[in-house]
Design a protein around this ligand. Structure first.
Ligand code: ADP
Ligand code: MG
Length: 405
C-alpha cells in the first residue's frame, strides 16, 4: 500500500520535472527567458495530476467503503432474520462448536452466549448429543424426535453446502405429543370401560342359548355375533394402546421353534375345518432368538390368523430363517391375495380391503397395524408380496435377533 502511494506521487513529481527538462533541452533560450512562467506551469501541472490521482483514489475507497457497508448491513439483516425466527436455530462446525445461535436457541438452552461453546455444553440431553455427533461424523443430514427436559422437539440437522457446518433446527412438538397422549389415553380408557359390559352381554347371551325357542335363537345369534365383533375390536384396541403406552420391549431368549409349534396347534382346528394345510419351515439349527416373546407371539398370531382367514384352499406356511444376525419370520398363503392399490394402506389402523369379508370373519382392521408396531419396536420392518388370486407373503425382519447376547 505505502509502496504504491510512493510510486504514484513519485511519477506526479517526475512528470513536471521531465517537462522542465524537455523544454530546457529543446528551447534553452525560451527556458532561460521564461523560467518563472515555466516553473509555474509545471507546478500547476503537478497540482492537477495530484488532484486527479487523489480523485481517482478517493473514488476507489468510497466504492470499497460502500461495498463494506452494504456487506455489513446484509450480515446484520441476516442476523436479525435468524434471531427473529421463533424456532431455536444453531449452526455448529465439524468440531461441534456453535458458530451461530439465535435468541430462541439461547432461551431454550438457558445459555446466554452460546456461540463458541461446544453444543453438548448447551443442551443437556444424551440422545441429542448422540444424534448430532452421528450427523457430524457421517456427514449425512438427518432428523429425529428428541425429548429435552420437559419438551419434545422434532430436530432437523442439515449439512450446509460448504460441507463444514451443520445447521440444526428445533421444532417444538410438545403440544402434539400431549394431544397424542390424550387420544391414546381416551382410546385406552374407553376400551377398558367397554370390556366389562361386553363380557357380561356375551355371558348372558350364552346362558340364554339353551332357554329360548327356535324363532328367537336367530336373534340371539345376531346378538352374539355382534358382541363377539365388539369384543375383538376392544381387545385389539387395548393391545394397540398398550403397545404405544409401554414403548419399550422386553428382550429375552426363547425358542422360536417352540413358538411356531404353538401356532400350529392354535390354528390346527380352524385350518382343518377349511381344508387348508398348515406347514412350518424352520432353518436347520435355528432355535433360540432374542426378542420380546409376548409381542412376537402376538405378531405371529395376527399374521397366521389373517392367512387362515383370507385363504379358502391350499397351504399356509409359517417360516423362520436366518439372515446373518437377523431373523426373518414369514407367513405365506394361497389365498385371495391383495390388489396392488391396497398394499400401501393395509398397515393403517382400521383399513380393510373388503369390509364385508373382514367383518364376516371377525376382523377389526387393527391386526396388521399391531404387527407393524411390533416390528418397528424391534427396529425391524414388515413387508408384503402379494398376487391377487394366487396368495400373499408377509415377511418380518428382526435385526440382531440371532446375536448370542
Ligand atoms: N393374508 C392375507 N391375504 C389377503 N388379504 C389380507 C391378508 N392379510 C391381511 N389382508 C388384508 O389386509 C386387511 C388388514 O388386515 P388386518 O389389519 O389384519 O385387519 P383384519 O382385522 O381385517 O384382518 C384385511 O382386512 C385384508 O383385507
Ligand atoms: Mg387381521
Amino acid at each position: 500500500m505505502i509502496k504504491s502511494v510512493f510510486i504514484k506521487y513519485f511519477f506526479v513529481a517526475l512528470l513536471p520535472a521531465a517537462l522542465l527538462a524537455l523544454i530546457n533541452f529543446i528551447m534553452p533560450e525560451f527556458f532561460a527567458e521564461n523560467s518563472a512562467a515555466v516553473f509555474i506551469v509545471a507546478l500547476i501541472l503537478a497540482l492537477v495530476f495530484s488532484f486527479l490521482i487523489y480523485l481517482g483514489e478517493s473514488g476507489e475507497t468510497s466504492g470499497l467503503n460502500s461495498f463494506m457497508k452494504e456487506l455489513h448491513k446484509e450480515k446484520k439483516e441476516l442476523q436479525e432474520i435468524i434471531s427473529s425466527i421463533k424456532e431455536p436455530i444453531m449452526v455448529v462446525n465439524n468440531k461441534g462448536i456453535i458458530v451461530l445461535a439465535n435468541r430462541a436457541f439461547e432461551k431454550m438452552s438457558g445459555v446466554s452466549r452460546a456461540e463458541g461453546k461446544h453444543f453438548s455444553k448447551t443442551i443437556n440431553s444424551d440422545a441429542f448429543t448422540v444424534f448430532l455427533n452421528k450427523v457430524i461424523s457421517s456427514k449425512k443430514s438427518s432428523s429425529s424426535s428428541i425429548q429435552i427436559d420437559e419438551q419434545f422437539f422434532f430436530i432437523s440437522a442439515s449439512y450446509l453446502d460448504t460441507g463444514k457446518e451443520v445447521s440444526v433446527l428445533f421444532q417444538d412438538i410438545t403440544q402434539l405429543k400431549n394431544l397424542e397422549k390424550i387420544k391414546r389415553d381416551f382410546v385406552s380408557n374407553v376400551s377398558h370401560e367397554m370390556k366389562t359390559p361386553l363380557t357380561a352381554i356375551k355371558g348372558f347371551a350364552d346362558t340364554l342359548e339353551g332357554e329360548i325357542d327356535e324363532k328367537n335363537k336367530h336373534y340371539l345369534d345376531i346378538i352374539k355375533r355382534h358382541t363377539e365383533r365388539l369384543i375383538n375390536i376392544v381387545s385389539d384396541l387395548l393391545v394397540l394402546s398398550e403397545l404405544e403406552e409401554k414403548d419399550v420391549i422386553e428382550i429375552s431368549r426363547f425358542s422360536i421353534r417352540g413358538m411356531i409349534a404353538d401356532m400350529m396347534r392354535m390354528f390346527k382346528k380352524e385350518a382343518e375345518e377349511k381344508g387348508i394345510e398348515l406347514k412350518a419351515v424352520i432353518d436347520t439349527g435355528l432355535d433360540e432368538i432374542m426378542a420380546d416373546m409376548g409381542k412376537i407371539e402376538q405378531l405371529l398370531i395376527n399374521l397366521t390368523s389373517n392367512a387362515v382367514k383370507y385363504t379358502d384352499e391350499g397351504t399356509i406356511t409359517i417360516k423362520a430363517s436366518k439372515k446373518g444376525k437377523d431373523l426373518i419370520l414369514s407367513t405365506s398363503d394361497t389365498g385371495s391375495g391383495i390388489d396392488k392399490k391396497h398394499i400401501s394402506r393395509i398397515f393403517e389402523r382400521f383399513y380393510r380391503v373388503s369390509k364385508s369379508r373382514s367383518r364376516q370373519s371377525g376382523g377389526t382392521g387393527l391386526g396388521l397395524a399391531i404387527v407393524k408396531h411390533i416390528a418397528l419396536q424391534h427396529k425391524g420392518e414388515v413387508w408384503v408380496d402379494s398376487t391377487p388370486g394366487k396368495g400373499t407373503l408377509f415377511s418380518v425382519r428382526l435385526p440382531h435377533a440371532l446375536e448370542k447376547d
